[in-house]
Design a protein around this ligand. Structure first.
Ligand SMILES: [Mn+2]
Length: 368
């Protein structure tokens, strides 16, 4: 994929300059990927640090020695020096020395991806003023460019194909885990990874919004929630579909149609300029009129990109304003304890006057 790294750096450096920063410490691995194409590390954020000197327009990536070769091979930009530290050394010491050498006085950090101890070490030992700057890359990443939209469409294509093929083969007596394994196999075969743990939750287990999968067998008369997403070229898909196993009780069918109605109304309300909470309210109002809003126990949706959950948020308290180019999920669900759960999740690309439903090619409900 040809992502426009130059433009990303340019915009980051401009935004940093506007709040008086001389350098930014990127500690969210997803942001490192966004700026350099760096592969996702096998360990939590904070161990790979990308220090960006805004005057030089140059980056210094400090990471464990064992990751250096892969980083050198896979990184997509030329203005980043890769600096490994051995098991005898500490990354933070390297960072502190670099900050001192550069004479940085105002440093932006990603406050949600750095420990308080590290912030105080930087401030005290380097006499640096530390500012929260996490919003810059968060806001940039929420709006996708054409190459990102293309990557996400590819992830959706792989996910849709896996769901369509696997669902056809589900038999009464298949376990949730077997279905999940088959979905994963189809996704891996395309060279993709899983964006998150697959959910296959049948019957009463469907009432757990995050039921993952178990060795429970899928039975006739049950509603099955399947929530799955592939991740390829660094970008995720996230979609949920319903499987109805044979003849299900009428109430389930009614509730499926109400959830679909909530999605359709929410989709109609999406356009550049609308607030996240307004779209959430449209869906919630549909379910309220149908008398089932009390079972809708989460937010309506979230942005999807390098991370499967990122900005914007579509929830009852969200002041996020949707902008052209944002990609979000619309996923109303209802969960009735001990009986069943129903969730359908579409992904949409926000446009000036509306939105494009990226998952429209995939049936919402499979009747087996
Ligand atoms: Mn989701």
């Amino acid at each position: 994929m040809n992502f426009n790294y130059d433009l990303r750096w340019e915009r980051l450096i401009k935004a940093a300059g506007e709040i008086g920063l001389e350098a930014i410490l990127v500690s969210d691995p997803a942001d490192s990927f966004y700026l350099t194409g760096a592969p996702e590390p096998m360990y939590p954020s904070g161990r790979t640090m990308l220090l960006i000197n805004t005057d030089e327009k140059k980056g210094y990536m400090i990471l464990p020695l064992l990751e250096v070769e892969r980083m050198e091979d896979e990184i997509k930009v030329k203005n980043v020096d890769i600096i490994g530290y051995t098991p005898y050394e500490k990354g933070i010491d390297k960072l502190l020395n670099m900050l001192k050498d550069m004479g940085v006085k105002r440093l932006g950090v990603e406050e949600e991806h750095i420990s308080d101890k590290m912030v105080s070490d930087i401030a005290d030992k380097c006499k640096v003023e530390v500012k929260a700057a996490g919003f810059i890359l968060k806001e940039m990443r929420a709006v996708k460019d054409d190459a990102e939209v293309k990557a996400i469409k590819r992830a959706i294509e792989i996910t849709s194909k896996a769901i369509t093929t696997v669902v056809e083969d589900i038999k009464e007596g298949s376990t949730e885990a077997e279905i999940a394994a088959e979905l994963a196999r189809r996704i891996f075969q395309e060279g993709a990874r899983l964006a998150f743990d697959i959910i296959v939750a049948s019957g009463p287990r469907g009432a757990y919004p995050h039921g993952i999968y178990s060795c429970k067998k899928v039975r006739k008369g049950e509603a099955v929630v399947v929530d799955v997403g592939a991740r390829i070229n660094g970008y995720c898909a996230d979609t949920t579909r319903m499987i109805l196993m044979g003849k299900v009780e009428e109430e389930i069918r009614d509730h499926v149609s109400y959830v679909e109605e909530a999605i359709d109304e929410a989709i109609k309300s999406i356009r550049d300029g609308v607030r996240g909470r307004e779209v959430d309210e449209v869906a919630r109002e549909v379910l309220r009129k149908r008398g089932i809003a009390q079972y809708f126990t989460h937010s309506l949706g979230h942005g999807v990109g390098i991370e499967v959950h990122e900005g914007p948020t579509l929830g009852p308290t969200s002041e996020d304003v949707l902008k052209e180019g944002m990609i979000t999920t619309i996923e109303p669900g209802i969960y009735i304890k001990g009986r069943y759960g129903i969730r359908i999740e579409e992904m949409v690309l926000v446009t000036k006057r509306g939105c494009e439903v990226l998952t429209r090619g995939l049936s919402r409900v499979f009747d087996l």
